[in-house]
Design a binder for this molecule. Structure first.
Ligand SMILES: [Zn+2]
Length: 328
């Protein structure tokens, strides 16, 4: 078993990203810094002379509507889930994220720009051993026809069976069964973009939300079609994005998880409900050093990124050339 599984990892150097916030429409800058072992992911919000820190943890979720918001005494940083998914997908355990606004930039609506940023920074092993949260008994949340189940994984992996159902001709019922693997995360999950419906856009905007939303960062459906001229990246892009959101939300447990998640019609609010139940209702929660985990944390590379075929990372970022190295 290689170091990529048994050791914690952080980023190799400081990297900066600037982009628009989906809900505020403001231009926001984030800086990702390396962090010492056992830090976890910590957000630092800088506002004039005030700096506040909050750990990406289920205890600090302040809002679950439309996106995941991590709270600071009445304020917070929103839309953290795609960046958190990129950290987990790339095997980053520890990092400090400085942000100068109330939300993480939406980039192109997927996690691919953040994967690119992490690969630019480098993925560096640390001296601390990585510990896993192991689901040892079944936990369930049901609401209407939605259900979310976390149960033990017989093959000691993180497996996600996700399904969605929308009354729309281009979505309908979609399902995916996916087992965690860093390289496959980059190729199969990270490029999947967030999605929404045109009929909801004006309602969101009257509430002061989605002000930065556009066809550059959201898949938008009208009653019959997809408005984005470039079309889908995957025929089942919507359900893949749900897996992306879940991976980001699972990162709020603070450790990689070994378990089997079966989810139908989930969303952030229900994901958070399941996480709380996992940690508060389970009589026994196991934090284990790795023995026989089969999750593949072998670090992804620029080649994995290149092979996604996605050419629309945020404009400030470089593209990989055909050798997988970066054109500067
Ligand atoms: Zn999302």
């Amino acid at each position: 078993m290689g170091d990529s599984i048994i050791l914690e990892h952080t980023v190799g150097r400081k990297v900066v990203y600037e982009g628009i916030g989906l809900h505020t429409g403001r231009n926001i800058c984030i800086t990702i810094h390396p962090a010492p072992p056992l830090t976890g992911i910590v957000f630092k919000r800088s506002r004039r002379f005030i700096k506040e820190s909050v750990k990406a943890s289920y205890e600090n979720i302040s809002q679950s509507v439309l996106a995941t918001t991590i709270g600071f005494n009445g304020t917070g940083v929103s839309t953290v889930e795609h960046l958190l998914a990129a950290f987990m997908g790339c095997g980053i355990d520890n990092a400090i994220v400085e942000v100068n606004g109330p939300e993480i930039p939406i980039a192109d609506g997927s996690a691919i720009s953040y994967v690119k940023l992490i690969l630019d920074a480098g993925i560096v092993p640390q001296r601390s051993s990585r510990r896993f949260l192991v689901i040892h008994s079944t936990v369930e949340v049901r609401e209407g026809d939605a259900y979310l189940v976390a149960k033990p994984s017989p093959d000691r992996s993180l497996t996600i069976d996700y399904s969605i159902e929308f009354d729309h001709p281009l979505i309908g019922f979609q399902s995916i069964s996916w087992s965690f693997d860093s390289k496959r995360f980059v190729r199969e999950i990270a490029p999947a973009r967030t999605f929404g419906f045109l009929k909801d856009a004006s309602i969101l905007r009257t509430k002061g939300l989605a002000l930065g939303g556009s066809l550059d960062n959201v898949l938008v459906f009208d009653n019959h079609s997809l408005l984005n001229p470039e079309g889908f990246r995957f025929t089942d892009e919507c359900v893949r994005h749900k897996v992306l959101d879940l991976i980001g939300d699972i990162m709020l447990l603070g450790k990689p998880v070994i378990g089997h998640f079966i989810i139908h019609k989930g969303g952030h609010r229900l994901h958070h409900k399941l996480l709380r139940k996992i940690l508060t209702v389970l009589e026994e929660v196991y934090w284990e050093d790795v023995k026989d985990v089969v999750c593949n944390f072998a670090p992804p590379s620029n080649r994995d990124l290149f092979e996604t075929g996605v050419s629309g990372y945020s404009s400030s970022l470089e593209f990989p050339d055909s050798n997988g190295s970066l054109l500067k």
